[in-house]
Design a protein. Structure first.
Length: 223
């Protein structure tokens, strides 16, 4: 359903205290994601709204049902959606140094061959965009990054590796990411960064927030 020229999100109840705002389609919607992030501030200002959690092309909102009627809340969400204007310069811009190749970039040479390019060309394409943190989740501090060059898109491995190292710079499907801990993953490993993505002892444990921007900076030489 649409109102004017702006498609409306799908809104559904998730239990009795949560609402899912969904703009997912056949592919990742960058503008839709930006609008969802722009919704967070006005939604959090509504008395009775407890938390907003961004996902990939969706936003989960939890609320106190003793303070908010779900139907009334849904109407307010749709009204706010029509006026939400994303700020493309919002969020911090962080440069992330990456050593490409080597033990923690074991898929670089293979993926370059699959894409009919040299490893240097693949690194240049991977490090050229400014990525956007669309969502943080799956693992503590894990970033789902939009902005990957479509030429580099590659389905995830049929058989996941059981221990992809912390700091591995990875791609899976049409997304890029960074491993915050050593854990199983089916994403492809291109390199490594020393930036710590999660520290439970910090005031803000996760290094990145939804809406932040990341630029990968090659350092050292391919190994």
């Amino acid at each position: 359903m649409t109102e004017g020229t702006r498609p409306l999100p799908t809104i559904s109840m998730e239990g009795t205290t949560a609402i899912l705002i969904d703009v997912a389609g056949p592919g990742f919607d960058e503008l839709g994601q930006a609008r969802l992030l722009a919704l967070r501030t006005p939604l959090q200002a509504i008395e009775g709204v407890e938390e907003t959690v961004p996902g990939m092309n969706n936003l989960m909102l939890t609320f106190n049902p003793l303070q908010l009627d779900p139907e009334h809340l849904e109407s307010r969400i749709l009204a706010l959606w029509q006026t939400a204007e994303p700020d493309r310069d919002a969020g911090r811009l962080v440069e992330v140094p990456v050593v490409y190749g080597g033990v923690t970039g074991e898929d670089l040479i293979w993926l370059a061959a699959e894409k009919a390019m040299t490893p240097e060309e693949l690194v240049a394409r991977h490090s050229a965009p400014v990525y956007r943190v669309a969502a943080v989740g799956a693992m503590p501090g894990f970033v789902y990054l939009s902005g990957l060059d479509p030429v580099l898109a590659m389905p995830r491995r049929a058989t996941p590796r059981m221990a992809v190292r912390r700091g591995s710079v990875i791609i899976g499907g049409h997304q890029a990411g960074i491993m915050p801990i050593t854990a199983p993953s089916g994403w492809h490993c291109l390199g490594h960064t020393d930036i710590a993505l999660f520290d439970p002892l910090r005031a803000e444990p996760a290094t990145f927030r939804p809406g932040d921007r990341i630029r990968f900076v090659p350092v050292g030489s391919l190994r």
